[in-house]
Write a protein that binds this ligand. Structure first.
Ligand code: SF4
Length: 330
């Protein structure tokens, strides 16, 4: 299996009157072809900015994004157009992302027309029919407008549009957060079917860990523009290592009988404007010490394929540090 997307030291700062807002700050990761990377964090953690950088809606302040081995900022003209055919996006709010003056057939045909994919009208209509069938949209809704449909059907149109150009990589930005719980499951199942059938790779952005758990091969947790933890869903849910991830997991509602001692997130958020060289979670962390307020932690592998950015991760989780492990092996 090869790496389809690699992000190296990616930064996106926005100028504000108060200073630079560090929306994405030195983020690096890669995604293997056919897998799903879940990206979770609270509103404002930079996860949607990250998605917009990858699909080319925003230009990075610095850093590199490699797609299928090519640095995307260096690809220009017709080649760039072809490259971005392979990278598509499913948006959070299907209602605001669909043109209210277009009916279903026109909405699904739009990307096909823009990229002149079909040779003639008949082929275009046939392709729209196939996409509607795949996305589970009944043909009788072909001439319906978005306001005549429920949220689930509108999101099915969003998925049909995203798949119209046969992409290999899809950024899914909170695709189910605006939907009822029962509809969420249907849309997630549709996305997993699409992944299996078409060999798609997903970057699945969500504020809800329980949603990404079911669809992801690997999860990264973001906090104020940085990755603070990366692991498989199994490891992350069983043994979260970062105090922030522990807080996010504790915030997932569970029946009272299963409720354990919870580490609820409290305290003031650090400003994302010129945050300085320190742990950005320090204001909310019950384990914070002096070092946390003057030295920025780096993401490191402290258990096999489990990465965390915290000075005190070993201590907090009773894991022997590298020096202790070497000493006990002597
Ligand atoms: Fe908490 Fe310090 Fe770890 Fe940051 S580095 S998460 S403040 S213990």
């Amino acid at each position: 299996m090869d790496t389809i997307l690699e992000v190296r030291n990616l930064k996106k700062y926005f100028k504000t009157p108060q200073g630079d807002l560090h929306a994405v700050d030195d983020v690096s990761f890669s995604i293997m072809r056919g897998k799903t990377l879940g990206v979770v964090g609270e509103s404002g953690c930079g996860k949607s900015t990250l998605g917009n950088l990858i699909i080319g809606l925003l230009t990075p302040t610095s850093g590199e994004i490699f797609f299928e081995g090519r640095e995307i900022s260096k690809v220009q003209g017709e080649e760039r157009r072809n490259l971005f055919k392979k990278i598509q996006m499913i948006f959070q709010d299907p209602f605001s992302s669909l043109n209210p003056r277009m009916y279903v057939e026109q909405l699904i045909a739009e990307p096909l027309k823009n990229f002149r994919v079909c040779k003639n009208k008949k082929e275009l209509e046939q392709r729209v029919t196939e996409l509607m069938e795949f996305a589970g949209i009944p043909q009788r809704l072909r001439y319906s407008y978005p306001h005549e449909l429920d949220g689930g059907r509108r999101q099915r149109i969003g998925i049909a549009r995203a798949l119209a150009l046969d992409p290999t990589f899809v950024v899914c930005d909170e695709p189910v957060s605006a939907l009822d719980v029962s509809i969420q499951a249907q849309i997630l199942n549709l996305m997993m079917d699409a992944q299996e059938e078409k060999g798609l790779t997903f970057m699945f952005i969500s504020h809800d860990l329980s949603v990404v758990k079911h669809i992801s091969s690997d999860i990264v947790v973001m906090y104020l523009g940085q990755i603070v933890e990366r692991a498989s869903p199994k490891k992350l849910f069983k043994d979260p290592l970062h105090p922030y991830t522990k807080g996010l997991l504790a915030a997932i509602p569970v029946p009272s009988a299963e409720r354990k001692k919870r580490s609820i997130l409290r305290g003031e958020l650090t400003s994302p404007i010129n945050p300085g060289k320190k742990c950005r979670f320090a204001n909310r962390c019950i384990y914070a010490e002096e070092r946390c307020r003057c030295e920025e932690p780096v993401l490191r592998e402290i258990m096999p394929e489990h990465y965390v950015s915290c000075h005190r991760a070993e201590e907090i989780n009773s894991i022997p540090s590298q020096a202790e492990a070497t000493e006990s092996n002597r």
